[in-house]
Design a protein around this ligand. Sequence first.
Ligand SMILES: [Mn+2]
Length: 361
Amino acid sequence: MFDFDFKGSKVLEKFVLKSILEWDSEVKCSTLEHRSNGMMECKIGTFHHSIIPSFHHSITPTRIFPLHPVLTMINNLIPFSFGGLPNKPEDYEKAKIAVLPVPFDGTVSYRTGTRNGPRAIIEASRNMELYDEENGMEISDYGIFSLGELEPTLASPEAMVLRVRDTVKEILQAGKFPVTLGGEHSITVGAVMALSEKHKDLSVLQLDAHTDLREQYWGTPYSHASAMRRCMEMASVTQVGIRSTCREEEEFVRKNSEQIFWAKNIVGQTGWVDDMVETLEEEVYITIDLDVLDPSIMPSVGTPEPGGLLWYETLEILRKVCQRKRIVGFDVVELLPNSENVAPDFLAAKLVSKLMGYALT
Ligand SMILES: [Mn+2]
């Protein structure tokens, strides 16, 4: 019934069997904990995801829902990959897209928890329909491979940015299209570092409620609040959906004013999109901070702002940009999952799959 290969691992086999046989409320609530050092701690034992490289976190659900134990087990047996797609090492060779989950929220200023964003997006994507009626394709046709979560480093925010840069570089060297899932917005800087080395005239299209143009924040220039300031040192930045900035950023906001599309001027309208696309170079990296969306449809962010974009207008923007420019990678960041409401997780997963479709087909 299940296509599940234990790869000869007695540890994993035992773990799964014991989970089924010895299921109880304790196990259900505290089965697995993700530790920042990449370890998975569980009620029954501790193992490292590298025991079976092809499965990474395949039996590590993001959050444990009060499902019947057997249903939970079935869910857990779907590969823990974007879309629940086959994710064995040999699938990487064929893949066009590499999904890189970065569970990092080391510089956040208000509520932590975006470290859980990548897993919530992947978890939701494993339970959504994989057919896109807009282009008539199954997302599995895109060739998607999900890498294991990038281990956070707390050495410094800069060290984390560089770790993202090096990993995205590897993805590019393998000829794949990088899709990074956050995590906080500072990780975008690493991706843009890698991409701007490869593409000399790169534009970054930022969908965000905030300008993120501070020179530094809380003592580091690699804060989430400085993400776009750093990107601007490497590429041209076009900002869409902005409705929050601060006095300290004034000078840079003025400098970039022709490339800032304020929410108050664009929400619910379409006439501006062509002008926005005009500001972009031929090669574009897209970064979506989910707080660009209106909190009515995206409450699961650290710092929600009223007056944001809605679903269909967001798709319209992305569709148009992808039709006219070459997209070289993208990220979706700042999901702060709330187990009481999974709709935003599904929105984020769908947004990722829609943008993959627009960018690559
Ligand atoms: Mn933001």
